[in-house]
Design a protein around this ligand. Structure first.
Ligand code: PHE
Length: 332
């Protein structure tokens, strides 16, 4: 009994879970002290045997209780130590920070913003949830206008919607600034579209220049955009095609010579040698009227940042731009 109780007093001073388990085996294990003591009961009889058995059971209970408590204490200490050793400091600078060009989309967007802001264009981000008026009516697209069907729209209640293009930033700029106005509107836009070349969210850059009547004209637009395209793509050819947008007149679409096949003809340019890149034109008088401006003229343009990114960074799957795949970022 003496040695049994010696084991019991040791329990509270064991400092490791392994040591505690060793002690438990010494006391209660198959070859442990208690088993041996129970075996010796055979040599006793009557009152003595019963009393001894009771003592042994009391010991077992006391030991088990002490063991359980010490185990919980040691486990808690171990967890605490583990948490301490695994603690991270989120304020530490990332060793790689600043060595990457960032996501190709942001990289391209920033290159575009940098170019235009250096020319004096003011940056507008605008709101993603717009009034129907700013997205359509003010841009010469009344409710019955067939051009509304060109854009599948996400609608909310009360004539609100997710902007389908960045063109509403034009109207806000014209309502809040006095000419001369020179702005770009940049950011996400939304349409109910999803296939290999369309995603429900995509990004656009809008440009708007407004000044006293006849001080800006289509020639300025041509020069600004062609210079921009040479900046972005380097050695390419630019082609202007007559087109239609309800909010510009005249309207044009701009193509560049295919950056993949040097106009030999390939899948990307559908064997035409040309890639469509942006829409542009002189601001329609109806738009000025909606925005409350008189005796002014101006031009506007709009383009998709994803497409520009794919063409400048050599990325051929639009959807890969929206997957958080580190391999794409590393390759880039
Ligand atoms: N908003 C047009 C679009 O999303 C692009 C555009 C902007 C065209 C400005 C002309 C002038 O397709």
């Amino acid at each position: 009994m003496q040695t049994l109780y010696a084991l019991l007093t040791q329990v509270s001073s064991v400092t490791t879970l392994k040591g505690l388990e060793d002690l438990r085996l010494q006391a209660l294990g198959k070859k442990g002290l208690l088993t041996q003591e129970f075996a010796q009961l055979r040599s006793l009889s009557g009152q003595e045997k019963a009393q001894r058995a009771q003592e042994l059971n009391q010991f077992k209970e006391a030991f088990t209780h002490a063991h359980t408590q010490q185990k919980q204490t040691l486990q808690a200490l171990e967890l605490e130590a583990q948490l301490k050793s695994e603690k991270i400091d989120p304020s530490l600078a990332n060793a790689h920070f600043g060595t990457s060009l960032g996501h190709p989309l942001n990289y391209t967007k920033n290159r575009i913003i940098e170019y235009f802001t250096q020319l004096g264009f003011k940056l507008h981000l605008g709101a993603l949830v717009e009034e129907e008026f700013y997205n359509f009516e003010a841009l010469n697209m009344p409710a019955y206008h067939p051009a509304r069907a060109m854009q599948d729209t996400f609608y909310f209640k009360d004539h609100k919607l997710l902007r389908t293009h960045t063109s509403p930033t034009q109207i806000h700029a014209m309502q809040t600034q006095k000419p001369p106005i020179k702005m770009i509107g940049v950011g996400p836009t939304f349409r109910r579209d999803y296939d290999t070349t369309h995603t429900p969210m995509f990004s656009q850059v809008e440009g708007l220049v407004v000044d006293v009547k006849d001080r800006v004209h289509f020639g300025h637009l041509k020069q600004v955009l062609e210079d921009f395209l040479y900046y972005l793509f380097g050695n390419i050819r630019v082609r202007w095609r007559a087109s239609f947008f309800p909010f510009t007149e005249p309207s044009a679409e701009v193509d560049i010579s295919c950056v993949f096949c040097a106009q030999e003809g390939c899948k990307v340019c559908k064997h035409t040698g040309w890639l469509e890149i942006l829409g542009a034109g002189c601001v329609h008088p109806g738009v000025f009227e909606h925005a409350g401006l008189e005796n002014v003229s101006g031009y506007a343009f709009g383009m998709g940042i994803e497409r520009l990114t794919m063409l400048t960074c050599g990325i051929n799957d639009l959807r890969s731009l929206f997957e958080t795949d580190l391999r794409l970022l590393e390759a880039f």
